[in-house]
Design a protein around this ligand. Structure first.
Ligand code: NAD
Length: 453
């Protein structure tokens, strides 16, 4: 089948590669000429483990090409997938990219004689596919839904594991506007790939928000518990999670072995969630709730806890080196919102850095990916130093704060910190170090969920 994917970001490109690997002829439509050229040469426009190799494979098979020509691509395709960004603006979902893409697709479809299915893969609030995308497509194509198909197919991939998630999905959810759309889009996927749910478009949209909101809720729950543990002498939240994780409903024994379901990584205290999904999706859902006159007070609290979590890191820092941060050099280890991605969107690191700068600290940052090829605008605007190596960064530090659980940081030992730093002060914002070992080796150690009275 010929499939056009609009948007060459994390979701669009990975989806295109996955569909190409299934044997479809995929056209990836982007807006930036040089990025499109890079994709055609096998270079991914962002860092994602395994993506360059997977991209090269589908290019070699001639199952994928990238272009800036939306109209021609749409006209050649049976399926058109919308994978553009859906940021929030003042907490409300901003559908600007969705509206523009729908308009351009509609215009292109006007001249197509064959039956085509438009699929919304971007995360959108319930009702958007039917009440926004459908009408725009109808207006510009001059056709009615039914003459063309309309589906909603939320994406569940995780950055850092996106290729694997896309190639081996745990579920495919297809919201269909009618039977024919659902049947045609369903046929894109092999029947034995994974469980597939066919539902209506609003339910598909809701499933995505609920999935992300549950994970965000677990994180904020874990961070709220961290706060009370910090106030309770002798209690470390990490020990509490160890005890909780052993509940066999969370980590069951299978064939005599305890399994560690991925959900456990969300029940753990840290510096808060970030990225291009949880922050904006929880906000969009909360806004949607207010619009529907059904306030989602739990989700609003989850957002509130997360917004104040970077400040908790500063409290630990002050606890370790004193209230006065003016003139102190603080090193940030990790800028991306999680390891194995170069994505800085909504990273908790920005909250920490902004507060440090406000307090007059000098900030030195290190990250293995965030500015490897070029310095993104979100970092350029900040008066911080970007270190090339960990040892360069730590050499000038009065304290170091770990904000991303990169493998490179997990490997650092107390001896290394002592070698690189004047006084080894570590604020473990991701709880990646063995507290007992670090303290016994002379490190001044503080961590989220653990407080020295
Ligand atoms: P992104 O910002 O990385 O990519 C979106 C791309 O679409 C951008 O490159 C933009 O230039 C392009 N675009 C916008 N309008 C276009 C048009 N008319 N023609 C061609 N290109 C156009 O965003 P993303 O992270 O890939 O997310 C896309 C959607 O998928 C969002 O709704 C997001 O919430 C959702 N999602 C993201 C993830 C994730 O981990 N990133 C996971 C699941 C779902």
């Amino acid at each position: 089948m010929t499939i056009t994917v609009i948007g060459t970001g994390y979701v669009g490109l990975v989806t295109a590669v996955m569909l190409g690997s299934l044997g479809h002829e995929v056209i990836c439509v982007g807006r930036n000429k040089s990025k499109v050229q890079d994709i055609n040469k096998g270079k991914a426009p962002f860092f994602e483990p395994g993506l360059p190799e997977a991209l090269q494979k589908v290019l070699d098979k001639q199952n994928l090409r990238a272009t800036t020509e939306l109209t021609k691509s749409v006209q050649q395709s049976t399926i058109i997938i919308i994978a553009v960004g859906t940021p929030t603006n003042g907490g409300k979902i901003d559908l600007g990219q969705i509206r523009f893409a729908s308009r351009d697709i509609g215009r292109a479809m006007r001249k197509s004689a064959s039956y085509q299915v438009v699929v919304v893969k971007s995360t959108v609030v319930p009702g958007t596919t039917e009440n926004v995308v459908g009408p725009i497509l109808e207006k510009y194509s001059g056709k009615r839904v039914g003459e063309f198909g309309l589906c909603m197919n939320p994406e569940f991939l995780r950055e850092g594991n996106a290729v694997n998630d896309a190639m081996h999905p745990d579920r495919i959810v297809i919201g269909k506007s009618d039977e024919k759309s659902g049947a045609v889009y369903k046929s894109v996927y092999p029947t034995d790939l994974c469980p597939l749910i066919l539902t209506n478009t609003a339910t598909a949209e809701m499933i995505k928000y609920v999935s992300n909101s549950l994970l965000a809720t677990l994180i904020s729950f874990s961070n709220e518990i961290a706060r009370i543990c910090e106030k309770t002498p002798g209690v470390d939240a990490i020990d509490v999670w160890r005890g909780l994780h052993l509940d066999s409903r969370l980590s069951p024994m299978v064939n005599g072995k305890r399994i560690q379901p991925g959900i456990l990584s969300y029940i753990y205290s840290g510096s808060g969630y970030g990225g291009s999904c949880f922050p904006k999706d929880t906000q969009a859902l909360a806004f949607f709730g207010r619009q529907m006159k059904q306030r989602l007070t739990l989700i609003e609290t989850v957002i509130g806890i997360n917004k104040t979590q970077p400040h908790r890191v500063i409290l630990h820092l002050k606890n370790a080196i004193g209230e006065q941060l003016k003139g102190k050099t603080i090193v940030i280890l990790g800028l991306t919102f999680k390891p194995d991605t170069d994505d800085l969107r909504e990273s908790p690191a920005f909250g920490v850095i902004d507060e440090l700068l406000e307090l007059g600290a000098k900030v030195v940052c290190h990250d293995p990916q965030a500015y490897r090829d070029s310095v993104p605008d979100s970092l350029k605007r900040l008066p911080v130093k970007l270190a090339k190596t960990i040892s360069d960064a730590l050499g000038r530090a009065d304290a170091a704060i770990v904000l991303t659980a990169w493998e490179d940081y997990k490997k650092l030992t107390p001896a290394m910190f002592k070698k690189y730093m004047k006084v080894p002060v570590i604020i473990d914002g991701r709880r990646i170090y063995d507290k007992t070992l670090f303290i016994s080796q002379g490190i001044i150690y503080r961590g989220i969920g653990y407080c020295i009275e």
